[in-house]
Design a protein around this ligand. Structure first.
Ligand code: NAD
Length: 300
């Protein structure tokens, strides 16, 4: 048995059509994404390049701001302040990681909650935790969008599936793991969340093996192997890890799941690349359009 592949590119394409229509209803120019990158992290740059392309395809405006890695938090806050006040910008994304001297919590709290499309401002994170989100952060939202789409394809009722499922989320960051667990709660699934201590204490396989749905967002290449999964499991791999080929020297991206070892064992799996990532890019544009609509509604 080989797992069904959850094809993120195909799902993203359908979502793209929906978002493009929404953007055209907004007449394009009111819908603009601004990114803020501090330093030149490999993954952040790769993400930014993808966003430029998708924004262009969907007719979403885009402007990128890159600050030197040596920037002080005040420099970053000044850029955020400018973007908050700029009426042409509807959504702001702060690319992670930020350098150690730039306090992430200060930066996130400085975002306008109406432009904070990744729901990292404490008000938006709180609304999400209460089950009344203003914005659903793009990566965890995309994990569930991909999963919901797959359930529709295989003809399983979403509520029935979630109500009888245990979802295990490996990784507990504020932007991916924690909100993914919150979206699991929202679907009334038994939801278990763990972080690196589950590995350090040797319990990773014990915890993951109880999952019907395993969501992995740890940022550790090949963390999940055949010993962590079971035949009926649905595995969503969020990890994006640059790995250098020892022979050719070229850098390529791999997930947190050892695809070759796990795919023959489980029911369904999302690949890297081509799984969660392409949906995330489009979801961010969807949130940018939603923010534009919010701003329009507030000013009318
Ligand atoms: P992060 O470093 O902020 O958080 C990682 C989390 O994983 C932490 O809670 C940490 O404790 C946990 N962890 C680390 N090692 C672990 C281990 N051995 N066992 C169990 N848990 C462990 O990272 P993040 O921003 O949450 O991103 C996670 C991964 O997802 C990265 O590879 C990142 O590149 C990727 N990512 C992908 C998308 C996408 O669209 N597909 C978007 C954002 C992030």
């Amino acid at each position: 048995m080989t797992a069904q592949i959850m094809d993120g590119r195909r799902v993203a394409k359908a979502l793209k059509d929906e978002v493009a229509e929404e953007v055209s209803r907004l007449r394009g120019h009111r819908c603009r994404l601004a990114t803020v990158m501090v330093g030149q992290d490999y993954s952040a740059r790769a993400y930014e390049r993808r966003l430029v392309r998708v924004a262009d395809e969907l007719g979403v405006g885009y402007q990128g701001h890159t600050l030197p890695a040596s920037s002080a938090v005040e420099d970053v806050l000044a850029v955020i302040g400018g973007l908050n006040a700029d009426p042409r910008v509807s959504g702001i994304l702060v690319l992670r990681p930020l350098p150690a001297q730039v306090d992430e919590a200060l930066v996130f709290t400085a975002l306008s909650p109406y432009k904070d499309i990744e729901a990292v401002h404490p008000v938006n994170a709180g609304l999400l935790a209460l089950g009344t989100p203003r914005f659903m952060p793009s990566t965890p939202a995309s994990v569930f969008y991909l999963l919901d789409s797959w359930l529709d394809e295989v003809g399983e009722s979403r509520p029935e599936f979630y109500h009888r499922s245990t979802i295990v989320v490996v990784g507990r960051s504020n932007n991916v793991g924690k909100p993914a667990a919150l979206l699991g709660y929202a679907r009334q699934a038994v939801t278990v969340s763990c972080d690196e201590w589950v590995s350090r204490t040797g319990r990773l396989a014990e915890v993951t093996s109880g999952a019907d749905v395993l969501i992995v967002a740890a940022g550790v290449a090949g963390l999940i192997g055949a010993e962590h999964v079971s035949p009926e499991m649905v595995v969503l791999d969020v990890g994006i890890n640059p790995v250098t080929d020892p022979v050719e020297g070229a850098v390529h991206l791999v997930g947190d799941v050892d695809f070759a070892a796990v795919a023959p064992v489980v029911r369904a799996i999302s690949p890297v690349p081509g799984g969660v990532g392409p949906v995330t890019d489009v979801w961010l544009m969807r949130n940018t359009a939603a923010a534009a609509r919010l701003i329009m509604a507030a000013s009318s």
